[in-house]
Design a binder for this molecule. Structure first.
Ligand SMILES: Nc1nc2c(c(=O)[nH]1)N[C@H]1C(S)=C(S)[C@@H](COP(=O)(O)O)O[C@H]1N2
Ligand SMILES: [Mo]
Length: 422
């Protein structure tokens, strides 16, 4: 009798703990696998961070308290600048990238975390001060990345889940995370690149299991599964930034799928008039636009406004939640002409505080900067695509500004105070 068969395999002799390398038996794990996913995340997360910072800047939070969702940011606002008005699809691009890349990275992130899970259990927790510091930075890193992805995904899926608090959570969370991320990249990048270029001898591969289970999937196969997952997410989410057939396959996120209606006003709506608490009667005969400025207050009827020079601009709606429309053809009066009516006739465009009929809510007021008021494409629009605005798109009048986040495009405008921004 072959007595080697009677011997109990080592791993059955004593129950393995997660802190022993042999507990983790997937033959897919290995430093090269982790390194590959790591460089994808390095590129992707850098893009997320930059486009995230840009999105905050696009709100012009340093212009007015009403634009600023994180008023206590202090030094973290060091980079803010006057958001430009061109190219007119700028925010559509930066925010579409931010949200789409965030969604598409989910499988890569999960695979990367799975690939290094054994390290979480390594005992003793730290053999030196340097290693203790590294593990603390990993806590920021893993906690931070999960926090950012979860808050971001919940916000685009469930829109008003964190009323008012999403921005501070996601903004401060990003800075905490990035502190850990920079430390981690600094520590790991040299070896990552070396491993990707030259490979790694099996004996030096601390992520490879010493006791591989029979493979069910090769490393290449595992990477293919991750890539296919990302591709599926790309196809089912990126279309929200386009029209036609692409939007129809964007089934995974709000504002994907079919357009919400037929006709010239049949493009995506963020919040309907009913949800915003607009009383339809307030938008009809008794509606007036109040302009305030150095000339005092002027109150205008819709007919008076329509008698002013009307201009057109082809501009998209691009929401912070990542969806956007193609260019719609808006028609209305230029903001700078309204500024002149309010008494700013010297050619220097002032900033403006815009207020909606909407009784309450975070988007009822917004401040626009002088460069946005000055742009000839910035309109108080009364019509879109050759038709009168529908109530849900902001009847009787709404703002449209090139390159700005959707949230700046206030609907159901009632009052504009030029040069009145604090
Ligand atoms: N008064 C008011 N204006 C508003 C909003 C709002 O909630 N209230 N939502 C804003 C946001 S977040 C977006 S993305 C755009 C959407 O415009 P749409 O519904 O016409 O597509 O309107 C903006 N204007
Ligand atoms: Mo939005």
């Amino acid at each position: 009798m072959d007595d080697s068969r009677l011997k109990t395999p080592a791993r059955l002799a004593a129950p393995q703990l997660p802190s022993t390398p042999a507990f983790w038996r997937s033959p897919v794990r290995g430093v090269r696998f982790t390194a590959l996913l790591g460089v994808v995340l390095l590129a992707g997360i850098t893009l997320l961070f930059v486009t995230g910072l840009l999105s905050y800047a696009a709100y012009n939070p340093d212009l007015a308290a009403v634009n600023d969702k994180t008023p206590d940011k202090g030094l973290l606002g060091f980079y803010l600048f006057a958001w430009p008005t061109g190219p007119h699809w700028l925010y559509r691009l930066t925010q579409g990238l931010h949200v789409t890349v965030g969604i598409v990275l989910v499988p890569v992130l999960l695979a990367k975390l799975w690939s290094v899970v054994p390290k979480l259990f390594v005992m003793p927790p730290a053999r030196s001060v340097a290693q203790a510091l590294e593990r603390v930075s990993l806590l920021l890193l893993v906690g931070g990345v999960l926090f950012e992805f979860v808050t971001g995904l919940l916000n685009i899926q469930l829109e008003y889940l964190f009323p008012g608090s999403f921005y501070p959570l996601h903004f401060y969370g990003a800075w905490v995370f990035v502190a850990g991320f920079v430390a981690h990249v600094g520590l790991k990048l040299p070896r990552t690149l070396r491993v990707l270029r030259h490979g790694i001898p099996p004996a030096a591969d601390e992520l490879a299991t010493p006791d591989p289970a029979p493979p069910t999937l090769s490393r290449r196969g595992a990477l293919t599964v991750v890539g296919a997952g990302s591709l599926l997410l790309l196809v089912t989410s990126a279309g929200r930034s386009f029209d036609g057939p692409l939007r129809r396959v964007a089934l995974l996120t709000p504002r994907g799928g079919a357009e919400p209606g037929e006709g010239p006003n049949g493009f995506q709506i963020n919040k309907t008039a009913a949800k915003a608490g607009i009383v339809p009667a307030d938008t009809r005969e008794r509606w007036r636009l109040t302009l305030a400025g150095p000339a005092g207050e002027v109150r205008l009827t819709r007919a008076q406004l329509l008698a002013m020079p009307q201009h057109s601009a082809a501009l998209p709606i691009a929401c912070v939640e990542g969806w956007s429309t193609s260019d719609q053809w808006w028609r209305g009066v230029r903001l700078r002409d309204l500024a002149a009516l309010a008494g700013h006739a010297d050619g220097r465009a002032p900033d403006v505080l815009v207020e909606s009929l909407q009784p309450s809510g975070p988007f009822r007021t917004v401040a626009l900067r002088g460069n946005q008021v000055a742009d000839p494409r910035s309109l108080l629009a009364f019509g879109v695509n050759g038709e009168e605005l529908s109530l849900d798109h902001g009847y009787p009048a709404r703002i449209v500004v090139p390159a700005a986040p959707g949230v700046m495009n206030t609907k159901w405008v009632a009052r504009m105070t030029f040069g009145g921004v604090r």
